[in-house]
Write a protein of this length. Structure first.
Length: 181
């Protein structure tokens, strides 16, 4: 079965040079380099199937990035005509081939809830009527639910909150030391 022919990508000499520089830069992330290589190869006339094999990615991904580049072609040419310097044009090109921000999973616990759980950990377990001398993650999780701070929480989540708090704390006193002479 024959696939539709992908529309060719045309690059200006300056765009080609900047794309090649991005590939060679040691600070470029590999995802960015892969997408830039895709654009450079597509500009040489390599079809989507060959590109997907060479770059070990799906044809759908190849089509997505071709389409993204084609959609930005007029904007890139206008920027070049406007006289952007190389640094500005590089940033514009990177913005075209960069992954879009993704929202991710919303936070399960608010900052206020985390602060309340950490504050709870600073209290003595005896004050809460707990028959233990030191808090455990399970006891803290149970007490946080009992007090209505959260509807439910795992001991592991409580442990992560506490670990995160301790990792940023200074191991040395933050108070000024009085020096006697």
């Amino acid at each position: 079965m024959a696939y539709p022919q992908a529309s060719p990508i045309t690059l200006t000499p300056r765009q080609q040079l900047i794309l090649e520089q991005i590939v060679r830069r040691p600070t470029s992330c590999q995802g960015l380099v892969k997408r830039v290589k895709l654009i450079l190869a597509a500009a040489k006339g390599i079809n989507n199937t060959q590109l997907s094999v060479a770059l070990q990615t799906s044809r759908t991904t190849i089509r997505l990035w071709r389409k993204r580049w084609e959609g930005a072609t007029d904007r890139l040419r206008a920027a070049e005509a406007k006289g952007l310097n190389d640094k500005q044009l590089t940033q514009l090109i990177i913005s075209v081939v960069q992954d879009l921000e993704r929202p991710g999973t919303p936070a399960t616990f608010s900052t206020e809830q985390v602060v309340q759980i950490v504050a709870l950990a600073c209290e003595s377990p005896c004050e809460s009527g707990r028959p233990v001398s030191h808090w455990t993650s399970a006891e803290l999780a149970d007490e946080a639910v009992k007090r209505g701070i959260v509807e439910e929480i795992s001991p592991r989540s409580v442990g992560r909150f506490l670990k995160r708090g301790y990792s940023t704390a200074s191991s040395q006193s933050l108070l000024a030391q009085c020096q006697s002479r």
